[in-house]
Design a protein around this ligand. Structure first.
Ligand SMILES: Cc1cc2nc3c(=O)[nH]c(=O)nc-3n(C[C@H](O)[C@H](O)[C@H](O)COP(=O)(O)O)c2cc1C
Length: 263
């Protein structure tokens, strides 16, 4: 209790110091049940877009999106990112072909369901996949593996034929967990795009390009940087705000010496 009182006293001090300095900061009141504001709406209505119009996005909008990325927080303000913007259709097609080829290898090596049940190949691949799964539990999840097989079969496009692809490069020397900083940076970029009526999709498969010396040289990707993620950008085809299912996770709430479980 004494500690709480001391904390409240410190807070009072902070407000007093502000008042003495003549610059009292405003508290925004948000009433219970208020409509979602513009930022919340952008978050709620954003969907991954996998079908784009042919029309190119004006360059100044891409610049504005990247500016929002540049202003995102990072551990120690280390800003472990670099942006590559690819709007050359032939280059995007080349990246697509490289990643599709890599998915083909991935699928044949690990997706044992693509081999005839009962065959030696099915048995050997399944054993290898199970072993690999133990060593790297989140690498061969069925969702990306299924998508890799669809890409390998030409039934799913890696970059969704988007007119613009932004590659997010990560500086591996970033403080702590630069992967998180990249995630936050990309989220700022994606939400800015949403506010302009643009569609985006994160592309984890873009990491496959790191395996290609030729693509790394062409794109200028070199240590300490690597491709962490990509974001496709374009004008969406169809309704980009359709709702999507989300799980309800319990929220554990501690307040005034009590613990509650909320949903
Ligand atoms: C880091 C990350 C990587 C992703 N990689 C891909 C991808 O390679 N291809 C794809 O079509 N979607 C990809 N997605 C999109 C997810 O599938 C999508 O966010 C999820 O299904 C939820 O749908 P929503 O974005 O419409 O809310 C990725 C999402 C994230 C956050």
């Amino acid at each position: 209790m004494a500690e709480t009182n001391a904390a409240v006293a410190r807070l009072d001090d902070a407000e007093q110091i502000e008042a003495d300095a003549g610059r009292v900061s405003k508290i925004t009141e948000v009433p219970v049940g208020a409509d979602w504001n513009a930022v919340e709406r952008a978050m709620l209505e954003r969907r991954s877009i996998r079908k784009y119009k042919r029309r190119q996005v004006p360059p100044h909008l891409i610049r504005r999106m990247l500016e929002m990325g540049r202003y995102s927080p990072s551990q120690g303000n280390c800003q472990p990112w670099k942006f590559l913007v690819v709007r050359d259709a032939a280059m995007i097609q080349g990246m697509e072909e490289y990643c599709a080829g890599a998915c083909k290898k991935l699928s044949t090596s690990f997706d044992y369901t693509t081999h005839r049940a009962g065959s030696l190949r099915h048995f050997a691949t399944r054993a290898k996949t199970r072993l690999f799964n133990r060593l790297q539990p989140n690498m061969l999840h069925p969702v990306p593996m299924t998508v890799a097989t669809l890409i390998a079969q030409g039934r799913f496009a890696v970059f969704h034929r988007a007119p613009t692809v932004i590659l997010l490069l990560m500086d591996k020397r970033g403080i702590g967990t630069p992967e998180i900083d990249i995630g936050i940076c990309g989220t700022n970029i994606v939400l800015a795009a949403q506010s302009f009526g643009l569609g985006t999709c994160w592309i984890g498969f873009s990491k496959l390009l790191n395996q290609s010396r030729e693509w790394c040289a062409r794109l200028g990707v070199e240590a300490p940087y690597e491709i962490s993620e990509a974001i496709t950008v374009g004008y969406p085809v169809g309704d980009p705000t359709r709702p999507i299912a989300r799980d309800t996770h319990e929220i554990v709430w501690f307040e005034d010496g009590k613990k509650e479980i909320l949903y």
